[in-house]
Structures are given as structure tokens and as C-alpha cells.
Design a protein around this ligand. Structure first.
Ligand code: DSN
Length: 471
């Protein structure tokens, strides 16, 4: 009787137990397969990663660090976490005498806040790239009206730096000027919608001039850094944080890398000292901010890092960049304005303002045609509610095997989507409630959606068997 109760509750398939959730998952798989996924921060992970994520490791508590846990029964969990840490250091070619890593952060925002908590006191000063310039919320965003949006700006005093409004590139000269006045304790580099690479050497020298730590949040480009397809933040930064599900192609999770071992002397005759980040970072993640690590995520990350270490990952990262360049060139050839006139990474920022369009309308139109991308602020936008551009990323579709010519076809679809948006706006008006009237029973939208789905389904799909999708 007891065992049949267990089996009844615990050993039946998802489909048998909860048809609603089962069907919604199947529908989401179908959406992912049939669409063109261009969200720059998303990717399709592998079947092996998904298997580890869906494993019994989710059952286990393991607060603390491997070998020093607050719970028993962690002999295998310790092995998994240690393997993950070793692979993480290997993925970035880091000497374990000089760098350590904490793989317990649940994702990127918790990783950043844990790093800040480790390095700073409340109200210390920080500088990160402004959100409308392509930065991330967790780098200290507050609105132009002074409303503190991110916990980073609530608990620390933030003065963002910006891109040059004429070029779209980070203005390192202004950044230095501001930093020397503001004297931040921490300078953060890394962005969410910045299509160019970072000059970490310049940032290091600015940080040194004002006695600041330098932290890179490489979340968007962590796959490119691993493949040596981007400048190396580890050369110059004290701390490097990242998510693991973007260009790295792993599960949703986060990591914090920190320097350890002897610190180079900055002044002649200075007593040798060691970096003291290791204990601070580990303590900050647990017990300061988190409870038990998500062991299923950590195992899945270890699997993803093993895949990152394979030669084919290098090819993947190269292709991500080549595809972004092909997309930017194809759009520019059509006369569209691409911020910074191109890209050096995995994303393209398309300034729609010269067309008289906003990013939210184009995002909506694309959604209806089964193309997924983000509306995005472009420097100089007049309203934060109606961002002037869209952000387009290549990591996900590159994981499906697309090459440069395929991204030229995607540029054709995007151009068509923009033409349809313009036609609807012309007929119905600019106000969003008027514009929306043109979105229903629209043959152009239906035709583009059919073409997009035909195109997308002609490519392979990592992670799951599309023939087994059950709807
Ligand atoms: N939300 C992610 C992005 O889309 O860039 C960053 O965390």
C-alpha cells in the first residue's frame, strides 16, 4: 500500500501527472523550433545539459563549499562542484594558483550582487555603463529622474558612464574624467547591448588611478572569451562575473571568478600581500546572500563547460561573430542605421529612429511573424518607454547551424518586418493603440510568419527531438 502510494505520486510521467504543464512545455518546444530566435542573451543548450538539469540532484542541500558543508550526504555533490570549478578555470585558461571561481550563484544578477557585497561597503561608489548606453540594470541603473531602479543603485552610490553619442563607442576619456572626480571604489565593465569589444587595459589604468577595483561582467560574451574570440578580461580585472546560458550555451546559472595568490606591488619597496577575494566572495554567496546551491544547475554547468572545452566550441564562437557581421552588413547594405556601423561580437544594435519607428512596434511585429528579438534603447532616445532600436543576437540561431548566407536571409525577413510595420503605422497612425488595429487579419504578417517558419524548421534543433514534440 505504502509503496503504491509512492509510485502513484512519485513515479509517473509529467504527462500523466500534469497534462497542462506537459502541453505548455511541448508548445514552448514547438515555438522554439519554428521561430527565428534573435534575443542576444538567449541560446539553445544541449540535450546533455538539459538531462543534468532535470536530474535528482535537485533533491540535495549542500550549503557551504565542497568539503565543508552544513549538510551530510554530499560526497557526490562535492565531486560535481569541484569538477565544475576545475572545468570553469580550464575554459578560461586560468592558473588555479592565481584564480578561483565560485559556481554557486543562481544567475547573473545574484552573481553581481554577491561580488559587490564581497568587495564593497554599503554606499560605496561604483561606476558602470549606463543602461541606455547598453549597460545592465545590475551595474547601477537609475532613471534620469533619479529613481533608483537596481538594488545596485539602492545600496551603493552609482554614477554611470556612457557611450559617445556620435560614435556609439564608450567614451573612455570622459569615463576617466568622471572617475577621477567621483573616485569610485569599483568600476564595472561589460554590457547587455554593446556591439563592440572592451578596452580592459584602459579601464585598468583608470581604476588604478582612482584606487578602484575593476570588475567585468562578461555575461553576454562569455562564450567568445572562452573561445578567445574577444579581448580577455582576466588579463586586467580583479573579478569577472558571468551568466552561463548566453553565448556560453549552458544552463541558466552564474559564476564569479576572483584573483588569488600574491598581489603585484604597486609601489617600490611595498610589503608583498595576497589578494583577499576568495573568502569574501565565498562568504558573500553563502551565507550572506544565498542558501543551498542548485546542484542540478552546477552539474549541468559542468557538462556545458566540458562542451566549451571541445574544439567545436571555438568554431561555434567564430561563427557567432561571422554571422553577426553578415547580418550587420546585410542590413547596412539596405541603408539601415546600425549603431557603431557594425559589430565585433554576437549582437547588432539597429537604430530605427531614422525610419520613424520605435523598437517596441518592430518587436511586436516580429513576434507576430515568429521572429523574437528585443526592443532596445539607443543612445539619445527621447523616451525610455519607446526605445529607438532593436537588439539582435546571433548565438541561438548559430547553435542551430546557421551560417552567413542564412543570416543574410534573416536580414531580408527583418527588412520585410520593418516595411510591414511602416505600412501599418502609415495607415493606422503612430499611437500604439491605433497601430495595434493594423496587426490583426493582416495578410503580410501571415505570409511573413509562414516564410519564417518554413525557414526555421529547415534547420536542426539542439536539446530535444522535434519529431517527438507532442501537440
Ligand atoms: N536580461 C539579459 C539580457 O537580455 O541582456 C541580461 O541579464
Amino acid at each position: 500500500m505504502a509503496s503504491s502510494t509512492v509510485a502513484e505520486w512519485g513515479n509517473r510521467s509529467l504527462k500523466a501527472v500534469d497534462e497542462e504543464i506537459y502541453t505548455l512545455i511541448e508548445k514552448e518546444k514547438c515555438r522554439q523550433w519554428k521561430g527565428i530566435e534573435l534575443i542576444a542573451s538567449e541560446n539553445f543548450t544541449s540535450q546533455a545539459v538539459i538531462e543534468a538539469l532535470g536530474s535528482a540532484l535537485t533533491n540535495k542541500y549542500s550549503e557551504g563549499m565542497p568539503g565543508n558543508r552544513y549538510y551530510g550526504g554530499n560526497e557526490f555533490i562535492d565531486e560535481i562542484e569541484n569538477l565544475c570549478r576545475v572545468r570553469a578555470l580550464q575554459a578560461y585558461r586560468l592558473d588555479p594558483e592565481k584564480w578561483g571561481v565560485n559556481v554557486q550563484p543562481y544567475s547573473g544578477s545574484p552573481a553581481n550582487f554577491a561580488a559587490y557585497t564581497a568587495l564593497l561597503n554599503p554606499h560605496d561608489r561604483i561606476m558602470g555603463l549606463d543602461l541606455p548606453s547598453g549597460g545592465h540594470l545590475t551595474h547601477g541603473y537609475y532613471t534620469s529622474g533619479g529613481k533608483k531602479i537596481s538594488a545596485t543603485s539602492i545600496y551603493f552610490e552609482s554614477l554611470p558612464y556612457k557611450v559617445d553619442p556620435n560614435t556609439g563607442y564608450i567614451d573612455y576619456v570622459k569615463l576617466e574624467e568622471k572617475a577621477l572626480d567621483f573616485r569610485p571604489r569599483l568600476i564595472i565593465c561589460g554590457g547587455s547591448a554593446y556591439p563592440r569589444d572592451w578596452e580592459y587595459g584602459k579601464l585598468r589604468s583608470i581604476a588604478d588611478k582612482c584606487g578602484a577595483y575593476l570588475l567585468c561582467d562578461m555575461a553576454h560574451i562569455s562564450g567568445l572569451v572562452a573561445a578567445q574570440e574577444a579581448n580577455n578580461p582576466f588579463e586586467f580585472c580583479d573579478i569577472v562575473t558571468t551568466t552561463t546560458h548566453k553565448s556560453l550555451r549552458g544552463p541558466r546559472a552564474g559564476m564569479i571568478f576572483y584573483r588569488k595568490g600574491p598581489k603585484p606591488a604597486t609601489k617600490k619597496g611595498q610589503e608583498p600581500t595576497n589578494y583577499d577575494y576568495e573568502d569574501k566572495v565565498n562568504f558573500s554567496v553563502f551565507p550572506s546572500l544565498q542558501g543551498g546551491p542548485h546542484n542540478h544547475q552546477i552539474a549541468a554547468l559542468a557538462v556545458a563547460l566540458k562542451q566549451v572545452l571541445s574544439p567545436s566550441f571555438k568554431e561555434y564562437a567564430k561563427q557567432v561573430k561571422a554571422n553577426a557581421v553578415a547580418l550587420a552588413n546585410a542590413l547596412m547594405k539596405k541603408g539601415y542605421k546600425i549603431v557603431t556601423d557594425g559589430t565585433e561580437n554576437h549582437l547588432v544594435l539597429w537604430d530605427l529612429k531614422p525610419l520613424g519607428l520605435t523598437g517596441n512596434k518592430v518587436e511586436k511585429l516580429c513576434d507576430l511573424c515568429h521572429i523574437t528579438l528585443n526592443k532596445n534603447a539607443v543612445y539619445g532616445d527621447s523616451s525610455a518607454l519607446a526605445p529607438g532600436g532593436v537588439r539582435i543576437g546571433t548565438p541561438a540561431m548559430t547553435s542551430r547551424g546557421l551560417k552567413e548566407a542564412d543570416f543574410e536571409q534573416i536580414a531580408e525577413f527583418l527588412s520585410k518586418a520593418v516595411d510591414i510595420t511602416l505600412a501599418i503605422q502609415k495607415e493606422h497612425g503612430k499611437l500604439i493603440k491605433d497601430f495595434q488595429k493594423g496587426l490583426t487579419n493582416n495578410k503580410d504578417i501571415d505570409d511573413l510568419k509562414a516564410a519564417v517558419e518554413k525557414f526555421a524548421t529547415s534547420f536542426e534543433m539542439p536539446g530535444f527531438d522535434v519529431k517527438a514534440i507532442d501537440i
